[in-house]
Write a protein that binds this ligand. Structure first.
Ligand code: CAA
Length: 261
């Protein structure tokens, strides 16, 4: 059931093939300290390793998805400290998850919090969500992908304005900019994330993995490489029972029964 009482900074559970991770450091608005990052990535990998899980939902609290990396933990670090012991190293594993991850964002998603949302595949926002990369105000720059993923998500010039001024944007601006796929009333955020998660988790798992990998290639490779890997993955789907079932179900006008194989 993936409930694990040893976690101190997150809450986890699983239901209907969806794994849930709630960041739970309310005293620091879910600031991403080492302990939280470690637990988050460990929990996400446990879901990823479980073929009974087809989607992962990451949430925060009503007030904050995450207000960034933990400034108090970083304040006294030197260049050598950060260089030798990168507190965010484990996010590399998060970026390599096979399972689609939905960020359900209410309240602040700032700095590392915005970057965490952008490491997910889908961002759903409550009408209370606030996004931004305010690191410049602290004398640093984004360090977990913000300068790379934000321009890809919202365009070079709008991203530059946000990163260089530290200005934040509310949910409606983030949606117009393409960072957020949908805005829902705050009270409905988790229910909507659950609907999206359960919808994905009902598809064929190997096909969902292939679709996520192909979408990732669009962000991380050239068009030629991405098209080649898409072609390979599309063709490979025809080796699966679920392709036979999906197309037979269409012909027979019935709902497909995917068996994740
Ligand atoms: N790190 C550590 N603690 C944080 C934090 C953070 N990023 N954000 C908030 N907190 C703490 C506050 O210090 C405060 O703790 P105390 O009660 O002990 O003082 C508690 O959480 C509540 O926060 P506030 O009292 O500040 O709440 P507010 O409602 O007045 O303001 C806020 C909310 C505007 C989000 C404000 O907390 C804020 O500006 N936070 C910092 C945002 C930020 O700069 N994020 C970028 C971090 S750097 C980064 O992420 C680097 C990277 O890319 C790797």
């Amino acid at each position: 059931d993936h409930e694990n009482t040893e976690y101190r900074n997150i809450l986890t559970r699983a239901e209907n093939r969806v794994g849930y991770i709630a960041l739970n450091r309310p005293e620091a608005l879910n600031a991403l300290n080492r302990a939280l990052v470690g637990e988050l990535v460990t929990a996400a990998r446990a879901f990823d390793d479980d073929p009974g899980i087809g989607a992962i939902v990451v949430t925060g609290s009503e007030k904050a998805f995450a207000a960034g990396a933990d400034i108090k933990e970083m304040a006294d670090q030197s260049y050598v400290d950060m260089f030798l012991d990168d507190p965010f190293a484990r996010f590399g594993e998060f970026g390599r998850l096979r399972t689609p991850v939905i960020a359900a964002v209410a309240g602040y998603a700032l700095g590392g919090g915005c970057e965490l949302a952008m490491m997910c595949d889908i961002i759903l926002a409550a009408d209370t969500a606030v996004f931004g990369q305010p690191e410049i105000n602290l004398g640093v720059i984004p360090g977990i992908g913000g300068t790379q993923r934000l321009p890809r998500a919202i365009g070079a010039y709008k991203a530059a304005e946000l990163v260089l001024t530290g200005r934040t944007m509310a949910a409606d601006e983030a949606e117009r900019a393409g960072l957020v796929s949908r805005i829902v009333p705050a009270a409905e955020l988790l229910a909507e994330a659950t609907r999206v998660g359960e919808t994905i988790a009902a598809k064929s798992l190997p096909v969902v993995y292939a679709a996520k990998a192909a979408l990732r290639a669009a962000q991380e490779t050239t068009l030629a490489q991405g098209l080649a890997s898409e072609k390979q993955a599309f063709t490979s789907a025809f080796a699966l029972e679920d392709q036979t079932e999906g197309m037979a179900a269409f012909r027979d006008k019935r709902t497909p029964q995917f068996r994740h194989r």
